[in-house]
Every structure is written in C-alpha cells, then in structure tokens.
Design a protein. Sequence first.
Length: 160
Amino acid sequence: MKIIERSINPKRTEKIESIDELRDAFWIIGEEKYNKLNNCLNEVNIDIIVNMVKNKRDINIGKVIQSVAENYLSLNIEYPGHITYDHILENSINDMSDFLTTFSNSIFGNCLFDIADKIIRKSKGHETISASAVYNQKKPEGLPDNSISSQDQNKFIHAK
C-alpha cells in the first residue's frame, strides 16, 4: 500500500515515475514480491496499430509511441503495422456492406491481413510473411508450408 501512496501522492518528494522505479521499490520490499511483479509485467503484451494513416509521418507515430514506451516506461510495445486510410472502407461502412470479402484487395484489406498475419505468426513463433499475398493466392518466394490456411483466413474475415 505504501508503494501506491508513494506513486500517487503529489506532496511526496519520492515518486515512482517508471516501471524500473516500481521494480526497484518492490526489490526493497523483498525478492518474493519483486518476482511476482516481474512475472505480472512479463505477461503484459501490448501491440499498437495506427489507424487511418494518410502519409509517412503518420506511420512514424507508432514508432514514436513504441520508442517513448520503451525509453520512459520500460515497456516493450510491438508495432505490427498501420492501417492506411481507404475511402472505400468509409463508403462500405456507410453502405453497411461486407468490406473484407468484397474489397479484400483494397489498401485497407491488405494492411489488415498483413497485421493479422504478423500477430498470428508471432503467437505461433513463425517468421512474418505478407498475409495479403497469401489471401490473394500469390505465393511469395520462400513461403513456408505452414502459411495461413484458407480456413483461418475465412475465420478472420467472417469474425464479428
């Protein structure tokens, strides 16, 4: 409880302002508490996806957030990609049409499949390939046999 008070009390001169400082505070309390905290923090998995990217500067937003989180918060944030703005998606939402099956070859569809591929492969411990290439039945050179199956693609497309 003292650690929580220490971190939120603005009048105290001794504050906890980063994950590393939190770890240090737990180390002082004891190795068992320190290990429990580390186990909890090691289970945290944060991915950031930047939406509606319109230019290269927008793409860098994800990298900037990733860098700030690592340098100032000691958090390892993954950046599996961005989703480029696509007016077709906006029209599809307004028309309430099935975007991913109708416009799977669109800019948005390719971005979404590439991000999904990265997340799936990361969870399975595989190298990343272009999911949009797999979805569109184009086999990139060196594509492993364990690529995303059409069943997995359909599950992703039709998930609600």
